[in-house]
Design a protein around this ligand. Sequence first.
Ligand SMILES: Cc1cc2nc3c(=O)[nH]c(=O)nc-3n(C[C@H](O)[C@H](O)[C@H](O)COP(=O)(O)OP(=O)(O)OC[C@H]3O[C@@H](n4cnc5c(N)ncnc54)[C@H](O)[C@@H]3O)c2cc1C
Length: 501
Amino acid sequence: MNEPCEDPYDLAVIGGGINGVGIAADAAGRGLKVYLCEQHDLASHTSSASSKLIHGGLRYLEHREFRLVREALAEREVLLAKAPHIIKPLRFILPHRPHLRPAWMIRFGLFCYDHLGRRRTLPGSRALRLGADSPLRPDMTRGFEYADCWVDDARLVVLNAMAARERGARLNTRTRCLSAQVRDGLWYLELQRVDGSRSVVRARALVNACGPWVADFLRDGLQRQPRHGVRLVQGSHIVVPRLYPGEQAYILQNEDRRIVFVIPWLERFSLIGTTDREYHGDPEQVRISEQETEYLLDVVNRHFRQPVERDDILHSFSGVRPLLDDESGDPSAVTRDYFLELHGAADQAPLLSVFGGKLTTYRRLAESALELLKPWLRDMGPRWTAGAPLPGGEEMSDPQRLAAQLLDQAPWLPTDLARRWAVSYGSRSWCLLGSATGLGDLGEHFGANLYAREVDYLRREEWAQTAEDILWRRSKLGLFLGPEQHAGLEAYLQREPLKMR
Ligand SMILES: Cc1cc2nc3c(=O)[nH]c(=O)nc-3n(C[C@H](O)[C@H](O)[C@H](O)COP(=O)(O)OP(=O)(O)OC[C@H]3O[C@@H](n4cnc5c(N)ncnc54)[C@H](O)[C@@H]3O)c2cc1C
């Protein structure tokens, strides 16, 4: 192991998914000196492959996950206030079909959903009649409506990473932690960058937030036997051209008692998912299977008037849920709650491993993690994240108003661009716009209103390095750019070194 060249950190976090960056941001804001490493790009695994919902999880009520549902319901409005640019309320319609859960049970479930968690701005649920304008098949005439929220999952991760950095944390992407061991009361982490170079950092406490790799890292990187098992459960989504006009989403109850969401996405598309499938392979290689594709198409075609065929699929993605193994026989019934496993006696450097969790509960998970580490890191400050905006969420409440203000100040901006910037960068759109006075100042155009100025902003401020980082995680412009435009962006990234401010 190389010798470390800097002072020890208070806390080192391994993993740049939502749980790792959430813990790093919270810890940095409490005055701790924080380090985080991510082996690939931020949010490159489970945290960008979700259904993109900030939700209580209506179906978890059936599995009696009341603690999780209560916490998640209350988080909806907390997170909406922290990041109103990337999170928005979303209305769900649940059609009632006689062969499934009886109407009284759904009504009772929705009553609990309305009352279990705090709710100030989101509307309550109600029963509905589905009329002739419904995109659902004509035999579905009744249903229910309730509200949850939608989130840009990958950007939620990046904004938390920025929040951590703005409070003094150091974050290295494309840096893998090979191993960690305790010497003289400190953790020594051996790190390897993508170019093969190695370094060592030291820390008083260590968090293993490796997501689907949490148990592997415990075994191989830390030489410890996990006390709890992890259950890898694959979930996949397909993207098709928009199935219906209107901003509402649908929650479809399938005959196997699972549910599938159909969610309006990026104005032109519908996002359909998800599945629950036991997974035993390498989490990096997870891909949608034939069977999952058939399953999703079948559920949609049983509900919607407009048929969807395999050829309509424009894009698909899959992720692996790193769930705590509760020995449930059915992958869709395995608990979605999180579990924090702490190793370390009072006089030893502590290790905390994160199992399970939801995007929705990342902030509360981070608070719980820091409470557990407090006996070792006594000088940390109090909780602070509940009322603090994420980067871009400062001084804004409504992205539509922000888009109008951008167009007011820069009438030459294409309207679609102003709208996209407002829902991606919030009030940081002003930094992006800078002193530009015309489209020419935005630099090279790669297609779909992506200009060099935004690419450079993402490289400088948001750790983006490759075209994939930019097109699939910092944005979803990959859905709009053709192969030649993609190659143009690649060429620019190779050709133009990053210009620092
Ligand atoms: C199909 C699907 C749908 C979902 N839908 C929702 C939803 O709608 N709402 C919701 O709230 N939740 C949802 N979830 C759950 C949510 O996405 C996950 O709970 C969450 O993203 C897990 O985050 P994580 O940080 O634990 O894992 P990850 O995002 O996977 O992050 C772990 C990171 O650790 C890194 N890493 C691993 N080993 C090392 C190492 N040795 N060195 C450095 N880095 C390392 C990995 O590269 C990875 O980026 C969904 C999950 C799935 C799969």
